[in-house]
Design a protein around this ligand. Structure first.
Ligand code: 3PG
Length: 209
């Protein structure tokens, strides 16, 4: 079932940005995140097993809300939808991607990094946007500046967010939720250290009062 991106923030302050290298890690990793209270999962389309991983999680962990990250093309959108994803995230914004998401019924959290891109995404009907790469393009200062002209737009900053700076972002009125890869470190996944992932997830749920 597609889920409106605006509702994602209701489930917690951080959306983990996940890279899965081995299919067999997908389900235990998702279960570890859920055990720590994190149920919205962005699985990036960056590895050969990504689509199979999304499918496996969607089937085996029905409480999870699985989204596809790194959507770049029309084919990515179709594949993500077919894999059972409930929403999509893109690093940037294009008309063709937005159109594909409309056609396939996949709610999109599109990425932007400038005022012009905010306006283009607004033109296409999007008011909740990913700021990417958030820290590199100006971080908290940029979000404060964008709040002036774009008072009706809110953001999910992603890229450079850490446990140390996340609270600063989450305190901004125009930030609903952050994205970050720190909840699923590559070495923890490789070692099957699911307890560490659960601990990281649990710690992040306290970031927003
Ligand atoms: C990414 O591109 O992998 C995401 O933006 C996550 O970035 P991060 O590793 O800085 O959290």
């Amino acid at each position: 079932m597609p889920i409106e991106t605006a509702s994602l923030a209701a489930h917690g302050p951080v959306i983990p940005v996940i890279v899965i290298q081995r299919l067999e890690d997908a389900v235990p990793m998702a279960e570890a995140l859920l055990a720590g209270g994190v149920k919205v999962l962005e699985v990036t389309l960056r590895t050969p097993v990504a689509l199979a991983a999304m499918e496996a999680i969607a089937r085996a962990v029905p409480q999870a809300i699985v989204g596809a990250g790194t959507l770049r093309t029309v084919d990515d959108v179709r594949a993500a939808r077919d894999a059972g994803c409930q929403f999509g995230v893109s690093p940037g914004f294009t008309e063709s991607l937005a159109e594909a998401c409309r056609v396939h019924g996949l709610p999109l959290l599109p990425g932007v990094s400038t005022a012009s891109e905010v306006m283009q995404a607004n033109d296409a009907g999007y008011r909740f946007l990913k700021l990417f790469p958030a820290v590199a393009v100006g971080g908290v200062q940029l979000l404060k500046a964008l709040a002036g002209p774009f008072a009706d737009v809110s953001f999910c900053p992603t890229g450079g967010i850490t446990p140390d700076n996340a609270a600063q972002f989450l305190a901004l009125p125009n930030v609903r939720v952050c994205g970050g890869s720190w909840l699923t470190p590559a070495d923890a996944i490789e070692q099957g250290d699911w307890a560490r992932i659960t601990e990281l997830a649990r710690a992040c749920t306290a970031l927003r009062a």
